[in-house]
Structure formats: C-alpha cells, structure tokens
Design a protein around this ligand. Structure first.
Ligand SMILES: C[S@@+](CC[C@H](N)C(=O)[O-])C[C@H]1O[C@@H](n2cnc3c(N)ncnc32)[C@H](O)[C@@H]1O
Length: 259
C-alpha cells in the first residue's frame, strides 16, 4: 500500500466501498454533506467515521465562524472575505492543513482559500491558524466541485493547489477521481490568464491521468515537458518523506492558463 495514505483518517481509498459499507453510512454532525443540496455529479469523497481529537472538535465549535465561509450557490466576494485584495490561491482537499499553513505563512501577500469536507481536517487547520496567527487563510467546508462551480468567478484565481488527492486506486472507483476533464475545464475557466494549477500525487497511474487530463485542456499549457520539479513553496509532507525513503515516486504537475 502506498505510504502516503496508510494513516490518513480521510482515506477512503483503503476501503472497499459499497452502498452498505457502514463507513460510508456514518456521518458526524458537522459533515458538509448533511447540508449540501442534492447533486448530480459523482463525489470525489465519502464521509467516514474518522477520529477527531478534542482539540479539533473544540476548534470547530469555537473558530469555524471566525475563519470559515458558508457554502452558498452564489458568487463569493473574495476580497471582502479576506478583508483585502490580493492574489487568491484555491487549495482543494487540504487534509490536516499542514501544508496549507506552511505555504500561507511563507507567502503572506497571497490569500489562500482552503476547501475541505473532512471535520477533523478543518478542525486541525483552524487550530493551526490560531496557533500561528495566520491571517491569510479562509476555509469553506464543502464539496470543492460545487464551490468552484457556484461561488468562484471566471478569471478570478491566481492559482490552484491540489496535493495528493484521493487516488481511488480501484478501477471501478476511478470515476471518483477529482482530476477529470470536466472539472479541469471548470477550474481553468476560474483561473486568471497566467494563473497556475499545481497538482501532486504519489500514485503513478493517477499522475499519468493528471498529465493526460491537464494536457488535454485547451486553456492550459504545461510549464515542463511532462512532470515538473517540486517547487520550493510546496513543503515535503512527512508521508511523502517516508514514501520517498521507501522508493515511491512523487509527481508534481504545474500548468498555467493561457492568455
Ligand atoms: C488524500 S487527502 C490529502 C490531503 C492533503 N492535501 C495532503 O497532501 O496531505 C485528500 C483530501 O481531499 C479531500 N477531498 C476529496 N474530495 C474533495 C472535494 N470534492 N471537496 C473538498 N475536499 C475533498 C478529502 O476529504 C481528503 O482530506
């Protein structure tokens, strides 16, 4: 099994999914899906009974209003949400938010909009925001597909980060993978000209799919011949470090929006 996903509480990919899978039936009170409108697209996540620490639960209860924005099917005033006008980087599926916090601290002149559905992860990032006094992150706890489709204006994003998205390794689950042509076309339309999409994965098959899908989107151009070197702003995660030590590969892909 791939090292990056062994211990992730948000790891739906280790599970064999079925309509009767008790894990997929479980939901915590704050799960976004409970409040989400009915949807016609295939979700790239499932809600599972993941462990949440007391600190994460407390952060959700006390800090969610301070740092998060509600999903609503209408355009978001991003500058108002951050209290300033600055380039906006969307991060999809930030997990526990470790990378998000590090990048936001290292790039104080950018605004980071993190979208995640997983309660413990949202709680963990809320804690980091407070502990490190980070002011340039806002969170939306909702399906990123709907956030991008309904809330973000065309040509509005300076960048998109999608790091180690759920790989859905079984063939019958590939349809759940986030990086698919329709979603990448939607994301590309939200990028400002010159803006970038940066994906990373440690699953070779998914890396190939990412390369094919991103290369096939007419609005995008690759910044490398195929895979890009890991840029300095993306810190190496502990799972990634362990995976690399075990000989697993990691693939970064960075595409920019054509003018
Ligand atoms: C394998 S984890 C990777 C987390 C983190 N980016 C990292 O590198 O450690 C993928 C995350 O994406 C989230 N996710 C999957 N589909 C999503 C969607 N449509 N909208 C928001 N979050 C999503 C999952 O809940 C999970 O936390």
């Amino acid at each position: 099994m791939n090292a990056s996903h062994n211990n992730s509480p948000a790891d739906p990919n280790a599970a064999t999914l079925s309509a009767t899978d008790p894990d997929t039936q479980a939901s915590a009170p704050l799960d976004a899906e409970l409040t989400a409108p009915r949807t016609t697209h295939i979700r790239s996540f499932v809600h599972r009974r993941g462990h949440i620490t007391l600190g994460q639960r407390e952060a959700l209860e006390t800090l969610l209003d301070k740092w998060s924005l509600d999903y609503a099917p209408k355009g978001l005033d991003v500058d108002a949400a951050f209290g300033r006008a600055a380039p906006v980087i969307l991060e999809i599926g930030f997990g526990m938010g470790e990378t998000t916090a590090k990048i936001a601290l290292a790039r104080p002149s950018d605004n980071f909009l993190g979208v995640e559905v997983f309660n413990a992860g949202v709680g963990a990032l809320l804690k980091r925001i407070e502990e490190h006094t980070i002011s340039n992150i806002r969170i939306i706890q909702h399906d990123a597909v709907e956030v991008v489709r309904d809330m973000l204006a065309p040509n509005s994003l300076a960048g998109v980060h999608i790091y180690f998205p759920d790989p859905w390794p079984k063939k019958r689950h590939h349809k759940r993978r986030l990086i698919q042509p329709p979603f990448i076309a939607l994301l590309a339309s939200r990028l400002a000209p010159g803006g970038y999409i940066h994906c990373a994965t440690d699953w070779e098959h998914y890396a190939q799919q990412m390369l094919e899908v991103l290369s096939g989107e007419p609005l995008l151009q690759n910044t490398a011949a195929d895979y890009a070197p890991r840029p300095a702003y993306r810190p190496q995660t502990k799972f990634e470090t362990r995976g690399l030590r075990l000989g697993h590969g990691v693939w970064d892909l960075i595409f920019t929006r054509k003018a």
